[in-house]
Design a protein around this ligand. Structure first.
Ligand code: SF4
Ligand code: SF4
Length: 339
């Protein structure tokens, strides 16, 4: 069922929903952007529709809801290890189609990667419902159409924003009761059909090891500064490290936290004995690229990259991941011709 709802009425519904759900959406944060005097757009708890920044792409994704940037796994109290008490929370999250696909990729990593599911991710992820935000135009650097993530029917509600009202499709029966006595309309969220950027993916069967030592990675060794912005803004990058913290006032007490890490960042591949597997920045770019468009697909049957373009939006060195994928594909095709 679909409805046209004034913003004031929708705010009343959001108030009722927030009795049962924590509601998250992209929000504009003034002056906290990549360059001076620019804004950031990231996920925060909201209570009113006017808080939602829907006209631009968010700089960060919603992955920090099930997978926070830092999270206590257990507390250390002398000899005891105690898991923190966790409130049972339900979440309602405004997401775009590509980011809903990204959540599927995170599910593969945290819940379907072997016999053991990640309990810290699962306890939040099981309680997340989506409101898909339609895209009536493609944003800069997006290539979701090439990655097949421009559309989805995996959502509880779908929304289109207008000046003083919203159009809302309510698909999931658990939400029907919040929308009684409203006039019905025909409405489905918009999904883009084309992007300015087109990416051609390589045929995975044709990739051979010559690509791993190819000179194309040298360019990235020179340009990348290993800041990790591409990793941290990516909705599907899911690497973390663990950190043990001893409290100053009593070093027998402390906690173990997991915190985001990334394949571009220094120390990510450091091992005991001083081994470092990917010291130069070009090999880190190669690792990320092949993980996003080759290894993950081999393991889980779809590409890890969803084409949101955030890595390109965020890179201070203007490195384009979509260009990189196209270069890989050209190399693979040229190698086939030469062979
Ligand atoms: S690699 Fe870049 S384009 Fe692909 S999902 Fe991550 S941030 Fe988006
Ligand atoms: S954002 Fe750019 S410079 Fe920073 S690690 Fe990623 S590719 Fe390298």
């Amino acid at each position: 069922m679909s409805y046209k709802i004034s913003n004031s009425k929708f705010n009343e519904i959001l108030e009722r929903l927030s009795n049962d759900y924590e509601i998250y959406a992209p929000v504009r944060i003034k002056g906290r952007g990549r360059f001076s005097d620019t804004d950031n757009i990231r996920y925060q708890k909201i209570s009113k529709v006017e808080e939602i920044e829907y006209k631009e792409k968010s700089r960060f994704s919603a992955k920090e809801i099930p997978f926070p940037a830092t999270e206590t796994i257990f507390n250390i109290v002398g000899e005891q290890l105690l898991e923190p008490l966790v409130k049972n929370r339900k979440f309602l999250v405004f997401l775009r189609s590509c980011d809903i696909h990204a959540m599927d990729k995170l599910d593969s990593i945290f819940l379907k990667n072997g016999d053991v599911q990640d309990p810290y991710y699962k306890r939040k992820r099981d309680n997340i419902s989506y409101i898909v935000m339609g895209c009536n135009k493609s944003f800069e650097n997006c290539f979701c159409v090439s990655m097949g993530t421009n559309k989805t029917d995996n959502y509880s509600m779908g929304i289109g924003f207008e000046q003083d009202s919203v159009k809302l499709e309510v698909k999931d029966s658990i939400f029907f009761d919040y929308f009684n006595n409203l006039d019905k309309i025909d409405f489905k969220p918009d999904f883009v059909e084309e992007n300015d950027i087109v990416v051609n993916l390589p045929d995975g069967e044709k990739i051979d090891t010559s690509l791993f030592n190819d000179e194309m990675w040298e360019e990235y060794a020179k340009r990348c500064i290993a800041c990790g912005r591409c990793n941290f803004s990516c909705p599907t990058c899911s690497c973390f490290t663990t950190v043990d913290i001893a409290y100053d006032d009593n070093v027998d007490n402390g906690e173990r936290r997991r915190t985001w890490a990334g394949c571009h960042v220094d120390k990510f591949t450091d091992m005991a004995g001083g081994h470092v597997f990917r010291n130069d920045y070009g090999s880190r770019m190669r690792f990320k690229t092949m993980h996003k468009i080759y290894d993950f697909n081999k393991r889980f049957g779809s590409h890890m990259c969803v084409g949101c373009g955030r890595c390109d939006d965020q890179c201070p060195e203007y490195i384009s991941f979509s260009n990189c994928i196209n270069k890989v594909t050209k190399k693979v095709n040229d190698t086939i011709k030469e062979g």
